[in-house]
Design a protein around this ligand. Structure first.
Ligand SMILES: Cc1cc2nc3c(=O)[nH]c(=O)nc-3n(C[C@H](O)[C@H](O)[C@H](O)COP(=O)(O)OP(=O)(O)OC[C@H]3O[C@@H](n4cnc5c(N)ncnc54)[C@H](O)[C@@H]3O)c2cc1C
Length: 422
């Protein structure tokens, strides 16, 4: 029964980074690092990131901006990890593996425009270093032993001095899959917050959605949790209306707050401004409405509203306010017309749920940061390191989640290798 130095469970973004980083320290022989992956190939999820282009980090990633992009119960503490590995380290790492990168609006991608370039870089580097990779090797159970861990896999029991848990989460996985990391961590004494789907679509109440499906427009969404005076989050960008509710990047960005609140039974509402370039509540909007009434008095409702947005949306606001397209706009229905105009600025929807984990890009919640030290070593099980999305850290769209995978993987890999020396 041979005990190997480092076992890494999960060959996704953080596990791959952990393996390469551990080997790069030169503290242990690469052959003594074993990467265990349940699927038939390593890094499969990487291939679908960024719509197949892999948005691997963001030029905006800096210690000053962490609070703008990362969420989680202890997001304010993330500097203790990111101060050891951030944007420059990520760029240097991929440069070292021979990958040319490019930036678009601050989002960083491989120059090839192919996520497979990033996966190939890891594959070839692991091969060059001689790290041991075992695919089709699902870890079922981990037990602590006096000098390390016994890891039960479908291919037998393996023994490691140190273990890095990098199993990821159910986000983007088939129903019921992706819970192993939480289960193993819990079996070793960790608590699990949530998890909740994040970067995901919002499902809304109401019967208007079928008529709105397919509408795309630049809009501002304000998510409100807890009723009047509750917390709010705001995002602007391209919104997509679907037959069940709201989608699109700005919706994804606020979705984790909806997920967490709904799980606690708190009410969630979304307000959409379909004309976000008017100053909210300002003179300009009122003056605009007045002009509209002056210029279009006596014209049909469909003419009055024409040009103010997507036709399906305009038809819906007219209908919701009791106006038919052929109705003449005049004194008798001016209130309805004003309400319809206003609803383009303050469209309100009750959020009743989110799409499931399989539609989510990441998970909010996970293993609390209070349960790891600055090296990402577990405070519950010595010799166990945690990396990636399993921890209670989730980022906005824009490369921030992969940056966390690289940061946490690199720290866990390096420190597991260095700790062995001690
Ligand atoms: C569709 C989609 C697009 C995305 N696009 C982006 C993007 O462009 N930019 C960005 O920053 N983020 C993006 N993300 C998020 C990003 O992919 C994740 O945050 C990141 O991959 C998390 O890395 P991880 O190592 O924690 O987990 P994963 O990458 O999920 O890796 C976990 C690995 O562990 C393996 N595993 C699990 N359990 C076991 C077990 N018991 N035994 C052995 N192996 C196991 C899994 O098979 C998997 O290979 C996207 C996510 C999705 C779903």
């Amino acid at each position: 029964m041979k005990t190997r130095q480092i076992g890494i469970i999960g060959a996704g973004a953080s596990g791959l980074m952990a393996a390469v980083s551990a080997a790069w320290t030169g503290e242990i022989a690469a052959q003594d690092i074993v990467l265990l992956e349940q699927q038939d190939r390593i890094g499969k999820k990487l291939l679908v990131t960024g719509n197949g282009k892999c948005n691997l980090t963001n030029q905006d990633c800096s210690l000053h901006s962490l609070q703008d992009y990362y969420r989680g119960a202890r997001a304010g503490e993330l500097e203790r990890f990111f101060s050891n590995y951030l944007l420059e380290d990520t760029l240097a790492c991929f440069r070292r593996m021979g990958v040319l990168l490019t930036a678009r609006n601050g989002y960083i991608y491989p120059l090839s425009g192919q996520a497979s370039t990033i996966l190939d870089a890891f594959r070839f580097e692991l091969e060059r270093l001689g790290v041991c990779v075992k695919t089709d090797c699902q870890v079922r159970k981990v037990q602590r032993q006096k000098d390390g861990f016994a890891v039960e896999t479908g291919k037998g029991i393996l023994h490691f001095r140190r273990l890095i848990l990098a199993c990821g989460t159910p986000a983007g996985r088939k129903w019921g899959e992706g819970m192993d990391g939480y289960r193993i961590a819990a079996s070793l004494g960790h608590t699990i917050r949530g998890p909740w789907p994040a970067l995901v679509q919002l499902r809304c109440a109401g019967d208007c959605w079928k008529g709105l499906a397919g509408v795309r427009c630049i809009a501002k969404i304000t998510l409100c949790v807890g009723g009047k005076g509750g917390e709010t989050w705001q995002e602007k960008g391209e919104l997509l209306l679907t037959d069940y509710g709201l989608s699109g990047i700005p919706v994804f960005q606020v979705s984790r707050f909806a997920s967490c609140a709904l799980a606690k039974g708190r009410p969630v509402r979304a307000f959409v401004d379909f004309l976000p370039d008017f100053e909210a509540g300002g003179e300009e909007w009122e003056a605009f409405c007045e002009r509209r009434f002056d210029s279009y008095a006596g014209r049909r409702a469909e003419v009055f509203f024409a040009g103010l947005g997507n036709k399906k949306l305009l038809q819906t606001v007219m209908k919701q306010n009791g106006l038919k397209p052929q109705d003449e706009i005049g004194r008798k229905n001016s209130r309805q017309a004003q309400r319809a105009l206003d609803s383009l600025r303050h469209w309100e929807a009750e959020v009743v749920g989110t799409n499931p984990f399989s539609n989510a890009q990441v998970c909010a919640g996970g293993i609390p940061l209070e349960e790891v030290n600055n090296d990402l070593e577990s405070l519950r099980a010595q010799g166990l390191y945690l990396a990636g999305e399993l921890l209670d850290v989730d980022g906005k769209c824009g490369g921030y989640n992969l940056q966390w995978a690289w940061t946490s993987g690199a720290i866990a890999g390096r420190q597991a290798a260095r700790a062995y020396k001690n």
